[in-house]
Design a protein around this ligand. Sequence first.
Ligand code: NAD
Ligand code: ZN
Length: 253
Amino acid sequence: MDTLISRAVTDLKHARTAVALTGAGISIESGIPPFRGKGGLWERFDPMEIAHIDAFVADPALVWRVLVKELKEVIDRALPNDGHKGLARMERMGILKTVITQNVDGLHQAAGSTDVIEFHGTFAWQRCTECETRVPTRDVDASVLPPRCICGGILRPDAVLFGEMIPPIALTRSQEESSQCDVMLVVGTSALVQPAAFMPVIAQQSGATVIEINPEPTPLTGRISKFLVAGKAGQIMNEILSEVSSLIQSKKQ
Ligand code: NAD
Ligand code: ZN
């Protein structure tokens, strides 16, 4: 067995409170591409033109045309993968307390995680700009854009757009969980987007062991994280869980 997998399992086993911070990388195996990097959304669109609150207010139909093609059609179809399922299983086993996610795809909840902090809100739900009613994105009729609530108000993503604040409750809870955990799994994030990328720093400065799961090193690697388990989230999570399960089995015997 990979020694880094074994180290991660040992740290998780001894943790009183473990939490995870996830990013776009955990959903790549579900067919949701990241925004940054080759072929990403930001190579084809200027985020300030399609994901800024001012752009949405100025021309919601134009922004929605891009959102439908690039996000709604992809997220509506996506299913949780072994990475999401593995974290949900760790919660059921009593190993993991909370998932802090930067993702807006709702796949952690779809996999069964019950304590998910959505740092950037969610695109799995839309909300009315007039009456605040929330509608599941799958049920939004996108045949006429911008889509509207039954009250006539324009629907907007329940996600944080550029130029908007992180929801204060999500920020406060994330800071609390980060400062109180003793292990943080950082899965599939480039750790470039602030203030989310500061959560592992809070964890490490509060004495927690930070473990990264990512095919590539990040700015946290070797500075904030104790080690990087290099690989895809789904596969690594399966390896961690199979070692955890065999430990539990051997304890029972
Ligand atoms: P990012 O795009 O900056 O980085 C993705 C990271 O995932 C990289 O470090 C990459 O090496 C890693 N990665 C690639 N394949 C992987 C795999 N199979 N398993 C594990 N890791 C893998 O992502 P970010 O740090 O989350 O920042 C992007 C921002 O854009 C986020 O704030 C998020 O809100 C948003 N976003 C969300 C989604 C989504 O909801 N699924 C998708 C794209 C972007
Ligand atoms: Zn309404």
